[in-house]
Ligand binder design. Structure first.
Ligand code: GAR
Length: 198
């Protein structure tokens, strides 16, 4: 793609979708030359679907074949075919809590990003902000990285630092990390788009 073309994004999330909203906002204020073509979730009724529906964006539930945490390879294969058909340039994981494996990774090499609420490689996995509090860490933050077959591994694209305050609990820290996430993710997507245009 050339830098004047709109980046075609698919967003995958499992929850409230505030990071998805930050992508919408960056598109609206003109700082991100992109279109969110489809929003997908693995969780029935997740609020991220409503955010997409409110903008008239196609939104769908991924068929995970009844598995609670697993992301079956057949489901990933079907999703890869659907997103290829839609000419998606970049897949953005925004609070998506299943592990992406080779069917999607092979179909979208260096074209899948994830946002994680920690300064990776510290605190991969679930509830990273709570891990930081439990560990009495003095610093926290968020990371946008390219996705590989590991859990929250893959080349780091951008990070933002958030200090842990003496009166922080897990919730207050996560709230402040999210403020930074909402700035970081659109900026990182812009940077990934520039790389695609090379
Ligand atoms: C975000 O804090 C995101 O970094 C985290 O889930 C939250 C989703 O919030 N992702 C992970 O922990 C992935 N390992 P949102 O639904 O409001 O965007």
């Amino acid at each position: 793609m050339t830098s004047s073309q709109k980046l075609r994004i698919a967003v995958l999330g499992s929850g409230s979708g505030s990071n998805c909203q930050s992508i919408f906002n960056a598109i609206d204020d003109g700082s991100l030359n992109a279109e969110v073509v489809i929003v997908l979730t693995d969780i029935k009724g997740a609020y991220i679907l409503e955010r997409a529906a409110n903008r008239g964006i196609r939104n769908e539930l991924i068929d995970c074949q009844g598995f609670k945490n697993k992301f079956p390879l057949e489901s990933q294969q079907a999703l890869a075919a659907q997103l290829t058909e839609l000419n998606i340039d970049l897949i953005c994981l925004a609070g998506f809590m299943r592990l992406v494996k080779h069917p999607l990774l092979n179909a979208f090499p260096n074209r899948i990003l994830n946002i994680h609420p920690a300064l990776l490689p510290a605190y991969p996995g679930i509830a990273a902000w709570k891990q930081a509090i439990d560990d009495k860490a003095s610093q926290a933050g968020c990371t946008v990285h390219y996705v590989d077959a590991g859990m929250d591994t893959g080349e780091i694209l951008m990070q933002a630092y958030v200090p842990v305050l003496s009166n922080d609990n897990a919730e207050s820290l996560h709230e402040r990390i999210q403020v930074q996430e909402h700035i970081l993710y659109p900026a990182a997507i812009k940077s990934a788009a520039a790389r695609l245009a090379l």
